[in-house]
Design a protein around this ligand. Structure first.
Ligand SMILES: Nc1nc2c(ncn2[C@@H]2O[C@H](COP(=O)(O)OP(=O)(O)OP(=O)(O)O)[C@@H](O)[C@H]2O)c(=O)[nH]1
Length: 941
């Protein structure tokens, strides 16, 4: 038997461990009964090996378990409970490779390996690791059939209009530089596909498509041949690293004696075309033979690295659409004009930029912040627990117009960016920024600086985990047919058309493979494809389509049908888009848009350009209401019937008139403290607020002051009931909410149950929005709830804020934001928004004397059973780091109870005596204070 102490039990389900221990002791006891020991070992071994095989046969498990019951079960020393425990552990082994490995090592001192599929999945880049288990397996299996190694740089060039983006792109790409083009203002996005040459330059990828695919197949065959071909087949060596590649000018001495590598592979493959693993690829090899003879073979100058350069329009009007194309797999050039001070106001004739959170009179610094926030949101933010590797290169333009000599200009540039990055102090956004920054004069095309920028871009790309990832040969054909359709001018495809293309392929993909192939193509940035109920019927081949759609809603023609005049004025004034107006806009659009109006709607919702208010009963469930709730609010009760069928287009709203305090802190009325949703890392996409406004419009009537609707860009007010008004507003990364009442009843408190209900609606909506850009379980940490000092006369941005969870540990804090330092006590701070919870905790506190005792294993087990939706926050409250939590979650995320138990054990081990029942209970309360009521959890608190 193995040395149990040395074997890691990390991440193993406690129940599986317990059962495994039974197996260990039984195996020890029957050691001397050779026959029984042999039978038991054979059964355990057979199940272990089968469970690790790729196409495991369930019959093996059932057969062997039956064999165990028939031969050994219920005999001495296999008591009834021991027999059950062993059957249990066999089942655990079948489903969990780590249990199998643990059992085999601890009982028989045998190391059993991982399946090749498991190993392949482990090598996936981080974003593909998030594929669901079934997709991951399909992908790994497709890779086993053959793969190519992908090295693609996706370069996003962003910055204010006129900063010099197009000029820089022209300088980076040889063919454009040679043409000495005069840049014209970019409309939407210009996408240039390039190939990296061995001298480091980039040339446009205009080569014959078939030739390109020929190269890809050939490279892929090399990979296949290395893993699958018998060793006696000689395959051409992989190309040397770029730096070692000979230049075209220096011909290779052995070149004449060498066979064309493709021919050599074709020869080998033809000879063995009937062999397993080769048969699949034979037709592909034949296909590549069809390459026209007149295509020059120029592999010597081009590398296998592709670069797609995205030149974004700088007008703020387009900013929201740009976010759609940003993802984790991009390298960014963020450009700033060095002749413009950071605090200078941007002069833009078109004021439609307000929708993306940039107000009409924004400064260059605000534009810079907008871009970094957006990059963070759409690339690193999703994997908050993961480490962020730099992908953003800052570039200053108009060096020629700066004062001073070269050295002085460099210093100015450094100071400029240091100043621009100051607002991000302490934020992980800084981790995106590459330490090297550049200063360019775009008018000096031959400046070696452009070569340097290209080199750094490549260096950065090589460090990303997706660099050199594998892509199944099987999927190349589909990519090829999408390419062909794009070349024919197709902007978007219905799924039916894709299915036809697929059926025409030599090796059509299965339905699941096809969906996965499209998903991966989307991740690579070649298409837009979202596997959601509303969007999975459409594939967008050309990003420009999205831009055109967007423009329809922002810059529409005003020849309206008189019948719809009223709806048009609702659109103009309230930004509320009724179906009549929507259809009118669609009718006047190009065919590709008007014929896909339903998809247009869904895409615009997805892009947050317009928001459809939630239907609570359907939409809120998944995020926060996993478990049956007895006491939750009936979220559908307050539907405002006037505005059921509409969208809100928040970019059309105007700013509120000053002073804003008249809305946020009205005098002479009863009011709750200000409730604040503070987003982590000081960043909140402004669309979250706009969408929250849409939810509110769907739920309550818009509040009126005289004849004016209180609906503005950044602030909105709603009638709750009788005299109650809810006002919500936002600034930067904080959304504020306050309920006021002009009641004449000066004695009673505000209705705290109503406040609780409103808070939950706001909270759950925000969680849903966050859930679309953050992945579970990180959603629950997307924002924190704070209460602003109730004594503050005028609500000031980000001042006098108290984290609600801290009141679970301490009953009072000092407020230093008010002119006079004073105490703020729990009951006062939480009286309206959280009173429901406070009352509940107080009832349970009656018999809490025994709590100062160490937390026992049974307490941990119980906590893991009752914690419910606060399960992630509890770990954070107990002081576990995101990294610790993520590690455990990776292993145990599919079994919440075990996951919680595992981190509770980690907490108890690290805290020792301080891990008391009381501290556990406080942390549980803090984790649940924001959540809807849940009887099971609350009883335990
Ligand atoms: N002096 C000088 N002019 C520059 C520089 N970079 C760009 N320009 C000029 O600025 C103008 C705008 O340049 P573009 O490259 O079109 O700017 P852009 O950022 O692509 O503009 P949009 O597409 O409208 O967002 C052109 O006339 C360029 O020649 C530079 O480094 N120095």
């Amino acid at each position: 038997m193995g040395d149990q102490e040395e074997i890691s039990t990390d991440g193993i389900d406690p129940e599986a461990l317990e059962n495994a221990r039974v197996l260990q002791s039984v195996a020890q006891e029957i050691k001397d009964n050779e026959e029984h020991a042999k039978i038991l070992k054979s059964i355990v071994e057979t199940i272990a090996h089968e469970s690790l095989s790729e196409d495991k046969d369930y019959l093996v498990l059932t057969g062997q378990t039956r064999e165990f019951v028939k031969t050994l079960g219920f005999t001495e020393p296999f008591s009834v409970s021991r027999t059950k425990a062993i059957i249990n552990v066999l089942l655990f082994m079948w489903n969990h490779t780590n249990v199998t490995r643990y059992v085999m090592k601890s009982v028989y001192n045998e190391d059993v390996g991982k399946s090749t599929v498991d190993e392949m999945i482990e090598q996936f880049p981080s974003d593909l690791k998030q594929l669901d288990a079934q997709s991951a397996e399909i992908f790994a299996k497709a890779l086993k059939d053959g793969f190519e190694v992908v090295k693609n740089i996706r370069l996003m060039v962003v910055g204010m209009f006129g900063v010099g983006k197009t000029s820089l792109v022209n300088n980076l790409i040889k063919d454009l530089r040679d043409k000495k083009l005069t840049p014209v203002s970019t409309e939407g996005i210009d996408l240039r596909r390039c190939q990296l040459m061995d001298d480091g330059d980039w040339c446009l990828d205009e080569e014959h498509k078939l030739f390109k695919y020929k190269i890809r197949y050939r490279e892929a065959f090399k990979e296949v041949s290395q893993i699958q071909m018998p060793t006696n087949i000689t395959v051409p060596p992989l190309p040397p690293p770029i730096t070692e590649m000979p230049n075209e000018a220096e011909p290779d001495a052995d070149a004449e004696t060498q066979l064309d590598p493709l021919e050599e592979i074709q020869k080998h493959v033809s000879e063995r075309k009937d062999e397993e693993g080769i048969r699949e690829f034979f037709p592909l090899v034949l296909e590549t033979k069809e390459t026209p003879d007149n295509i020059p073979v120029r592999v010597a100058t081009k590398t296998d690295i592709t670069v797609s350069v995205w030149d974004f329009a700088g007008q703020t009007l387009y900013y929201s659409t740009h976010q759609f194309f940003l993802n984790k797999r991009c390298i960014y050039l963020v450009l700033m004009d060095m002749t413009k001070s950071l605090h200078e106001y941007v002069k833009e004739d078109d004021k439609s930029g307000t929708w993306c959170g940039l107000m009409q009179d924004c400064t260059y610094l605000e534009v810079f912040k907008f871009w970094l926030n957006a990059i963070h949101m759409y690339s690193g933010y999703k994997s908050m627990a993961g480490t962020i590797s730099p992908t953003v290169i800052l570039v200053g333009t108009r060096k020629d117009e700066m004062a001073g000599n070269d050295e002085e200009k460099e210093i100015q540039k450094d100071n400029y960016f240091d100043e621009a990055l100051k607002p991000f102090k302490g934020s992980s956004i800084l981790q995106h920024i590459y330490y090297k920054k550049f200063l360019v004069n775009n008018l000096s095309q031959e400046d070696p600086i452009f070569q340097e920028i290209r080199r750094e871009i490549k260096l950065l790309a090589e460090k990303q985990d997706y660099w050199g990832e594998k892509f199944p040969v099987k999927f190349i054909q589909m990519e090829q047919s999408l390419d062909k359709l794009r070349d024919k001018g197709k902007q978007l495809l219905q799924m039916a058309e894709i299915n036809i293309s697929n059926s025409l392929l030599l090796h059509p993909l299965t339905e699941k493979e096809l969906a996965l192939c499209l998903d991966i193509q989307h991740r690579h940035g070649n298409i837009l494809y979202f596997d959601t109920k509303e969007l999975n019927d459409l594939v967008v081949l050309a990003p420009q389509w999205i831009i055109e759609v967007f423009k329809c809603f922002i810059r529409h023609k005003r020849d309206t049908i008189p019948l719809h005049l009223e709806h048009w004025s609702t659109y103009e004034e309230l930004a509320i888009l009724k179906p009549e107006v929507f259809n009118e806009i669609m009718d006047r659009s190009s065919d590709d848009i008007k014929n896909n109006r339903e998809h247009v709607m869904h895409y615009m919702e997805h892009l947050d350009v317009m928001a459809k208010p939630l239907k609570f009963e359907e939409d809120l469930e998944p995020t926060d209401l996993h478990q049956p709730q007895q006491d939750t609010v009936d979220l559908a009760v307050n539907v405002n019937p006037n505005f059921v069928d509409f969208h809100i287009v928040p970019c059309r709203l105007r700013k509120p008139p000053p002073p804003v305090e008249q809305f946020t802190s009205p005098e002479h009325c009863k009011k709750t403290p200000v409730l604040c949703f503070v987003f982590v890392q000081n960043f909140m996409p402004p669309s979250f607020f706009h969408r929250l406004v849409a939810v509110c419009i769907r739920t309550w009537p818009i509040c009126k002051a005289g004849r004016k609707n209180l609906l503005y860009n950044g602030l909105a007010a709603f009638e709750l009931e009788s005299t109650y008004v809810l006002t919500i507003w936002y600034r930067d990364h904080i959304i504020y909410a306050r309920i006021t009442s002009c009641t004449s009843d000066l004695i009673s408190d505000l209705n705290f149950e109503k406040c609780h209900e409103v808070r939950l609606i706001l909270r759950q909506s925000l969680l849903k929005f966050a859930g679309q850009s953050l992945e579970d379980p990180w959603t629950s940490t997307a924002f924190e709830e704070h209460i602003q000092c109730p004594k503050m006369k005028e609500s000031l941005h980000n001042e006098g804020m108290f984290r609600v969870t801290s009141f679970m540990y301490c009953s009072e804090f000092a407020c230093t934001a008010c002119p006079e330092r004073h105490a703020i006590v729990r009951e006062e701070a939480l009286k309206d928004w959280y009173k429901v919870k406070l009352d509940l905790f107080a009832t349970n506190d009656a018999n809490c004397d025994v709590l100062n005792t160490p937390a026992e294993e049974s307490d941990l087990l119980k906590a893991s059973e009752v914690i419910g939706n606060g399960f992630w926050l509890l770990g954070i409250q107990l002081g576990l780091t995101e990294a610790q939590m993520s590690k455990l979650y990776k292993e145990w995320g599919n079994n919440r109870r075990t996951f919680v138990f595992k981190y509770l054990v980690t907490w108890r081990n690290s805290m020792g005596e301080k891990a008391t029942l009381q501290s556990l209970k406080k942390a549980m309360r803090a984790a649940c204070v924001n959540l809807p009521n849940d009887k099971k959890t609350e009883k335990a608190l």
